[in-house]
Design a protein around this ligand. Structure first.
Ligand code: ARG
Ligand code: ZN
Length: 874
């Protein structure tokens, strides 16, 4: 059942071209496919039989070169069709007719029904649920697709490439033909059919070609496409400016669908998107939604080069396209908004979520070596850590060298299906460097730890720095070899200004150290006074730092570090240390007391000048409970919550005037404005509001309720509702009700309504979640809704999900088993919250393990759920 990277062999057959005819119907779609094939000269295999993949297909007929095949010529099992004999010396044609039922397809891979439209999701292996094929990314072919369907139900018929013909048929039916001139693997195939409105625009490329841009949505969403369209144009321009990459077809289409397992999909010329990452109007979408939409639109657009023109040889190479493309979308968003803020958000997500994956039984390298179900490997590790690995290459090679490497990569491999190794080779060749040790980042799992010690020698005016690296064991990898780790650093003088130092005979104020050994020492000369070290600037490598720091030193860096990332990080670590002190006091039943240093640090922050207000808001935000949990040997969710709330409430009381003042300065009605200043004002003001809500005073409630009542934008409305939901305010129920009434027609807003309640810390949350499962608007077949309710409860509500009685775990397992039959991909995502069971106390361990065992023992478990649950227990 397990597939191994080491078993890779080239395909035995190639497909030169394919013609697909779809006779579309919600329940009985007929697919006719004509594959022009031949032996692959590169394949050493001796076999003459042809094995095609296909799942859940009903065969109507099959022919070889026009001659019908009979039962003795081929065999079909659950996942394959084997044709005993095909010509070895010449091309041949396989013609297959089969039937599928999109409406019964609740797994949402292959062809399925979303609301009233038909659409496809083929990555990674959904095409085999459409027709028999060589469903592997290294088989690239040219597609010609004809769609026919009822004209009233399916007036719009889309597929990849260019429209080459259309016409009417009898019985109110019509047809449209599409041809994609670029050879592609079948995972990039797409079709869409439905009653869709088209929002159109155009883009002129750097070489002067005019590209038609079309966004297709249901009628009631036409008023929410402007931002997505602008984002697409921004992305197209950015890829030209930053990478010299231009779009290739004459048409770029995006379709938004309500039912989607992931965020979006980069099908050639025809992206299919979760509505969540397309639709936005100031009153329905938050500032973060706006940013995510631009980011995801960019991500899918950038895939046209990093993914489609150059694709993956096999699915073990997934990070080749995903890590690189995430890196590209991060750069894009940073350029469009604030590099400082974007970097902090990305690192924060990486450290809370990917580091947890790395520390769990599900840990795997960015290039995994084995899988049971590939859909389980669309992970934070492959995506986000993969992006960090690309970022380290850029750090090591410099921006110019990195760009040269990218140019060479695209030049060498355009039109090919390649490997991570090819990517690193191009980086080496373009820069004349050697990256053999760096390659270990692709094969070693786990988060490395850097243990740092320093010593200042006043007589010699030297700073001695020693860094040791190690990496905890992960499944199948007990011992790790040292990695090549770029460590950016700077030094600060006593007055907070950058300190100049000499290293390797060069005078500098900052440097990137190359860490390659298990332990290395560095000497910084000509330092007349003891400097303060700012290490791992910009989070130059995805590692944990183990470096003793005094609170004073952290407060100093929080005030003065010129590196925006490390300045934020100093504030975080200051609070982290304080919170862990408080947790110890809690464990020892001691009264809590907040260190004055923290109050002072926040006080001066609130009184300092700031130009990037979004950044300022981040500086004010306390570390997440899940980040804190990741730092604890035995996670104590209640103590974490209690200690963090104590810090927040104490700060609110001590700095009430500051929070009030800053709130009022930035509180104004500028709905519909999405420039950095307006967004920054909202973020900063709402950060203050969140502190003020801790006071539970009538003044603070007045402020909050007024904001809720008067908000004309979703950011402010949600910020207010969120603090109300996490309070005991008597108006809570009526506010929630009002919000629901106002937005019941807007599915994406109702998702927020579910998620907010599911992540509430208030005592009766579990009962609320159970009640919401019965709400008429809840639907197990809609992934966004499942993520909003079950996902938010199990992933964003540590206190209630980990309730001591184990009811949260039992609830989750119930839902996983219900989803297992409906939608295995979504089900297996939900299981991951149990994977970390070893990190909790004995009592909780036992309860979590029981539910995992219950899941594994269930009959007819999908591969998806089986893999995650069984690995979690291993
Ligand atoms: N390639 C898509 C993206 O990241 C993700 C699609 C993954 N789908 C899946 N079913 N595993 O842009
Ligand atoms: Zn992607």
């Amino acid at each position: 059942q397990t597939v191994y990277l080491k078993d890779y062999t080239p395909p035995e057959y190639l497909i030169d071209s394919v013609e697909l005819d779809f006779d579309l119907d919600a329940q009985h779609t007929q697919v006719n496919s004509r594959l022009t094939m031949r032996r692959n000269p590169e394949s050493a295999a001796a076999g003459v039989s042809l094995v095609l993949t296909g799942e859940e297909l009903e065969l109507i007929s099959i022919q070889l070169d026009g001659n019908p095949l009979t039962e003795s010529d081929f065999t079909i099992n659950l996942e394959t069709m084997t044709i005993q004999q095909v010509p070895q010396q010449r091309a041949f044609v396989i013609s297959i007719e089969n039937r599928i039922n999109p409406k019964a397809n609740t797994a949402l891979e292959g062809l399925y029904l979303s609301s009233s439209m038909l659409c496809t999701q083929c990555e990674a292996q959904g095409f085999r649920k459409i027709t028999w094929f060589l469903d592997r990314p290294d088989v690239m072919t040219r597609f010609k697709t004809t769609l026919s369907a009822d004209k009233t139900q399916y007036p719009v018929l889309l597929s990849n490439g260019n429209k080459i013909g259309h016409g009417d048929l009898a019985n109110n039916r019509h047809w449209v033909s599409w041809e994609d001139p670029f050879a592609k693997p079948c995972y990039l195939f797409a079709l869409v059919a439905g009653q869709l409105e088209c929002v159109s625009d155009s883009f002129t490329t750097m070489s002067g070609r005019e590209i038609a841009l079309e966004i297709f949505v249901e009628q009631h969403n036409v008023d929410k496409c402007a931002h997505a369209m602008q984002s697409l144009k921004n992305a197209m321009r950015w890829d030209e400016d930053s990478y010299g990459l231009e779009y290739d077809l004459d048409l770029y289409m995006i379709v938004a669908v309500d039912h989607f397992n992931m965020g979006a999909m980069e099908n050639k010329g025809l992206n299919v998107f979760n509505t969540k990452f397309v639709l936005a109007r100031p009153d329905t979408a938050t500032d973060s939604d706006y940013e995510h939409i631009e980011g995801v639109i960019g991500h899918e657009y950038f895939h046209n080069w990093s993914g489609n023109r150059v694709t993956c040889r096999d699915w073990f190479q997934l990070s080749l396209k995903e890590g690189f493309t995430v890196f590209r979308d991060q750069q894009f968003t940073g350029d469009r908004t604030s590099q400082a803020v974007k970097r902090i958000q990305d690192v924060n997500a990486l450290r809370t979520r990917q580091f947890a994956e790395d520390a769990s039984p599900l840990a795997h390298p960015i290039r995994p070596e084995a899988y049971i179900e590939i859909n389980n490997f669309y992970t934070l590790t492959v995506y986000e850590k993969g992006a960090e690995v690309v970022r380290m290459l850029q750090t090591l090679l410099g921006a110019e060298g990195f760009r040269k490497g990218c140019d060479l990569y695209f030049q060498r491999h355009d039109g090919q299906a390649v490997t991570c190794e090819d990517f690193v080779n191009a980086m080496e060749a373009a820069n004349g460097v050697e990256l053999s040790q760096f390659r270990r980042w692709y094969s070693q799992a786990g988060t490395p730890v850097l243990t740092v010690s320093q010593h200042y020698d006043a007589d010699a005016q030297q700073l001695h720095l020693t860094i040791q690296q190690s990496c905890p064991p992960t499944p199948h990898q007990p011992d790790k070899a040292p990695l090549h780790i770029p460590v950016k650093l700077g030094l600060l003088a006593a007055d907070g200004s950058p300190a100049t130092f000499v290293i390797n005979g060069q005078q500098q104020t900052d440097i990137t150290l190359n860490l390659t050994e298990a332990e290395q020492s560095f000497v910084f000369d000509e330092l007349a006074e003891k400097p303060v070290l700012s290490l791992l600037r910009g989070f130059s490598a995805p590692v944990n730092l183990n470096m003793p720091r005094s609170l004073e030193e952290l407060a100093f860096l929080f005030k003065h570090d010129s590196d925006t990332f490390n300045r934020w990080e100093a504030g975080q670590q200051l609070v982290v240390q304080v919170i862990f002190g408080l947790i110890e006091d809690l464990h020892n039943h001691l009264p809590l007391h907040l260190n004055a240093l923290v109050v002072e640090a926040f006080h001066s922050l609130l009184n300092a000048e700031a130009d990037d207000l979004s950044y300022q808001a981040l500086l004010l935000t306390l570390p997440d409970e899940s980040y804190l949990a990741g730092q604890m040997t035995v996670i104590d969710v209640d103590a974490i919550h209690h200690a963090r709330e104590f810090v927040k409430t104490t700060l609110a009381h001590a700095l009430e005037d500051d929070f009030n003042r800053v709130y009022l300065i930035h509180h104004r009605d500028e709905s519909g404005k999405f420039d950095a200043d307006a967004i920054g004002r909202r973020r900063l003001k709402n950060a203050c509001l969140s502190y003020l809500s801790q006071l539970e005073s009538s003044d603070s409630y007045t402020l909050i309720l007024a904001q809720f009542e008067q908000a004309h934008n979703m950011t402010d409305q949600m910020a207010a509702l969120s603090v109300i939901v996490n309070s005991q305010h008597p108006a809570k129920a009526s506010c929630l009700d009002k919000f629901y009434q106002q937005w019941q027609q807007e599915a994406l807003v109702i998702d927020k309504w579910f998620a907010l309640q599911a992540s509430s810390y208030m005592p009766n949350t579990f009962a609320t979640v159970q009640a919401l499962m019965q709400h008429p608007a809840f639907d197990m077949k809609t992934p966004n809704r499942v993520r909003a309710l079950i996902g938010a409860f199990s992933q964003a509500n540590p206190v209630h999900f980990h309730a001591k009685d184990g009811e949260g775990y039992r609830f989750l397992a119930d839902q996983v088993l219900a989803l297992n039959t409906l939608n295995p991909q979504i089900a297996s995502r939900m299981v991951t919250s149990l994977a970390q069971w070893r990190r909790y106390d004995k009592g909780r361990q036992k309860l979590m393990k029981q539910q995992l065992q219950r899941i594994v023992m269930t009959e007819q478990l999908s591969k998806d759920v089986y893999e995650i649950a069984s690995k979690s227990l291993a």
